[in-house]
Design a protein around this ligand. Structure first.
Ligand SMILES: CC(C)(COP(=O)(O)OP(=O)(O)OC[C@H]1O[C@@H](n2cnc3c(N)ncnc32)[C@H](O)[C@@H]1OP(=O)(O)O)[C@@H](O)C(=O)NCCC(=O)NCCS
Length: 216
């Protein structure tokens, strides 16, 4: 998600629960999504410091909306994510390691229509963890959660064309490049093109079945 939906200036505006959701449990509290090397969990205010350190580097923020620029700003962002989750419009997972609870990145999923039928996701990891396979593992957990728990039917991602890693990571996940969204994202005062990538629930389930192999 090149455009982070969080906008500090809208922070004070009350949010309405407008969405008939497939499963409401996650609105009370996000589950822990456990992989082999990663655990995805709800953000906590205490994650603000590590997320500030991980996501404010030039290489991480180069192609995405600027993350909050202070630890306080991250705390407000985290508070906002929790309110949005309660409203049923958005979820945000911290990426942590199985043996270390420090937040090293985050995944966001937001509804693009009431009920989460179509949604958009975005992600960022501290650069020390790029190319380690952690992203892929975390992404698969979030995909399963989005399709099987929230009930997303179509999941979109937007990546600046120049964002080689972002586009490469989506391609590796099996996302389909659908379009170029011309001059759709403003970065550093300049409008840039983005690629629109999608994953459909049916495609994802079929791929899971193929990977699982034949049933004997
Ligand atoms: C996007 C992000 C989470 C992906 O995590 P990652 O660990 O870097 O991803 P991976 O290494 O699994 O996959 C990236 C792939 O892109 C490839 N790649 C890197 N640069 C590339 C380029 N310029 N052109 C094409 N592919 C490129 C990598 O080689 C890798 O593929 P490989 O494993 O087959 O070699 C991480 O890079 C990040 O946090 N970036 C900053 C935030 C961001 O851009 N978010 C994406 C918004 S859509």
């Amino acid at each position: 998600m090149e455009k982070m939906p969080y906008q500090p200036e809208l922070d004070a505006i009350a949010i309405q629960a407008t969405t008939p959701v497939v499963s409401t449990d996650w609105q009370q509290r996000l589950p822990f999504l456990c992989g082999t090397r990663v655990v995805m969990r709800e953000l906590r205010r205490s994650d603000a410091m590590s997320l500030f350190a991980m996501l404010n580097s030039e290489e991480v923020s180069r192609f995405i909306s600027p993350p909050p620029s202070t630890v306080d700003g991250f705390e407000r962002f985290i508070d906002w994510t929790l309110r949005q989750r309660v409203a049923g419009a958005y979820v945000c997972f911290a990426v942590t390691l199985s043996d270390d609870d420090t937040a090293i990145g985050l995944f966001q999923v937001r509804q693009l229509e009431p009920g989460f039928g179509t949604a958009e996701w975005g992600f960022a990891l501290g650069s020390a963890y790029w190319g380690t396979g952690l992203f892929h593992e975390a992404a698969e957990l979030v995909l399963e959660f989005s399709f099987e728990t929230i009930g997303v039917h179509r999941l979109e991602a937007r990546a600046a064309i120049r964002n080689g890693r972002g586009n490469g990571a989506l391609r590796k996940l099996g996302a389909t490049p659908e379009a170029v969204l011309r001059k759709s994202f403003r970065k550093n005062g300049e409008y840039v093109d983005q690629a629109l990538w999608t994953i459909l629930d049916d495609e994802w389930r079929l791929r899971q079945a193929v990977w699982a192999g034949p049933v004997h």
